[in-house]
Write a protein that binds this ligand. Structure first.
Ligand SMILES: [Zn+2]
Length: 301
């Protein structure tokens, strides 16, 4: 597991998520112990300490956005990116990397959500392999009350080609390569809708990320298939919605396609709620009993 955070100094909420993650992972909780037994975690909690210290919003002292330097990072100007890539390269020499995730803060969209990479072809039936990277974000949605699969997106746009997420996916063939974005605002639904996230809520998102990792590593083949079927349903529904609504040009990204059943950024919050209500599956509804069972198993093990 390769986890990094705070490459953008102004996104302090990502540090709280990372803190919650570390607190849980280092705790005596039985799920945390299981995770430590099962995986090697390589974590860089703060990729841009110089930018944080001088109060930059996005750049390091080099005056560059580090999350645009991953394709060929200079060891002198961008030693952080250079070192992370070296670490991944070395790790792959002796073991598989199950997941890479870089934690960020998002200034506009609500909830905590994920970006993945696969470039699927609109209108075509997608293989399980192409949809597999959506399993973890879908499970995170079910485990974490403020996580949104509907708000997640899986695409590679021109402006994101040199980010950690895309470069690790392309260069090292990491299937589960994500950016995780915690909103600067708050949740799009629930009793805290309209309020900002509290620090505790951000810490809990980090804890729940770990709990999702535990579940992800436990699911059996039939449950995995069940999740893929749900993802396929969401995908097909999103494609249908996109076809009738036309291209969403909000971020100028042709082919940008959201994780949720209704896809697209326009009307996202509304669509996200409608999708869950429409299928009668509220937060924690999909596979709820099974997830609860797995949680109790991991808690005891
Ligand atoms: Zn960021």
């Amino acid at each position: 597991m390769i986890l990094t955070g705070r490459v953008h100094p102004g996104e302090s909420n990502s540090s709280f998520v990372m803190e919650g993650l570390l607190q849980f992972l280092l705790s005596e909780d039985s799920v945390a112990k299981t995770l430590r037994d099962r995986f090697v975690f390589k974590i860089v909690p703060m990729l841009n300490p110089d930018g944080v210290i001088v109060g930059n919003y996005r750049c390091s002292l080099s005056s560059h956005d580090l999350n645009r330097q991953y394709p060929n990072p200079s060891s002198k100007l961008f030693p952080e990116c250079f070192a992370v890539k070296q670490m991944i390269r070395k790790t792959l020499e002796c073991r598989k990397i199950e997941l890479y995730c870089d934690f960020h803060g998002h200034s506009r969209q609500k909830d905590i959500f994920m970006y993945g990479c696969s470039q699927v072809i609109p209108g075509q039936l997608q293989s399980d392999k192409q949809l597999r990277e959506r399993v973890f974000p879908m499970m995170y949605d079910q485990v974490c009350s403020n996580a949104s699969y509907a708000g997640s997106a899986f695409s590679v746009t021109k402006s994101k080609e040199s980010t950690g997420r895309v470069v690790m996916w392309r260069e090292f063939s990491l299937n589960n390569s994500y950016t995780c974005e915690a909103s600067f605002c708050g949740p799009s639904q629930g009793i805290c809708k309209g309020f900002h996230f509290s620090i505790k809520m951000l810490l809990d998102m980090g804890r729940d990320f770990c709990r999702t990792l535990a579940l992800y590593s436990e699911v059996d083949a039939s449950y995995y298939k069940q999740i893929l079927t749900e993802i396929q349903y969401d995908f097909n529904k999103a494609q249908g919605e996109t076809a009738t609504r036309g291209h969403d040009g909000q971020d100028g990204a042709q082919g940008t396609e959201k994780g949720g059943r209704f896809g697209g950024k326009s009307g996202q919050g509304k669509a996200s709620k409608a999708s869950k209500a429409g299928a009668g599956k509220e937060k924690g509804g999909f596979g709820n009993d099974h997830l609860k069972g797995l949680l109790s198993v991991t808690s005891k093990s």
